[in-house]
Design a protein around this ligand. Sequence first.
Ligand SMILES: [Zn+2]
Ligand SMILES: [Zn+2]
Length: 278
Amino acid sequence: MELRFWGVRGSIASPGASTQGIGGNTTCVSIRHEDYLFIFDAGTGLRLLGEHLLAQKAAPWRGSIFLTHYHWDHIQGLPFFTPAFIKGNAFELYGESKDGLDVRQILNNQMLAPYFPVPLDLQQGLITFKGIESGERVEPAPGFTVQAGSLLHPNKAIGFRLESKTASVTVITDHEHPAEHLDPVVVEFSRGTDVLIHDSQYTPEEKLGPRKGWGHSSWEDAARTAKEADVGVLYISHHDPKRSDADVMEILAKARSIFPRTEVATETTVVDLASCRR
Ligand SMILES: [Zn+2]
Ligand SMILES: [Zn+2]
């Protein structure tokens, strides 16, 4: 199984020489098993995944798209995900209900005028919309389960853990550990996973200072969670948009001093999950 990152930013980073290593698109990661795709979040990186799939064939593609929450950086790629407009493709969408609206109604709203000229109905490749809440476990494809876990984030968010006989991956994109200690719920949710993808948007100084309550972790939280949960490999992600490639590499070195098997998620990172097996 192959894991790929398509967008790794907490909001769009300006393109240029100082950011081209990490990339500027917002959160999207895919895990591919044969022609089936597990997609976590639909940030602007989802558009790149669409191009990648279309370069191979138009249809049929099958998969499930799991949304952690509906902040812009996690949904803006969906209107630009071309495979969703192609009949014959079959993607299922999973997300939480919010304020009495289900996942379909929420996504439909971002495609109504004046926000966008093409309605969600024309995305014929999105075949079903399913609610999912923290604590629930679904089996989107035979032999693969995805469990949702609760995160601490403004307007609420959920994390996901994908399990199969051959791999496990936990995705914690938007989460603020309490100031005094790690969130035990997230540590347990991540325990023993082969790959942990963890929010590391801030430095400890930013998180405890001007960005307190903004709903994100520091690189130190990410590394300590990986160590405490005894994971295989940690990918730090959801990088702050102002961070240059050099800034992120500095953060990587610090995170490795706590958890040596730390890597940086970039827009071109490809991971063979067999190599991450614990
Ligand atoms: Zn986010
Ligand atoms: Zn968010």
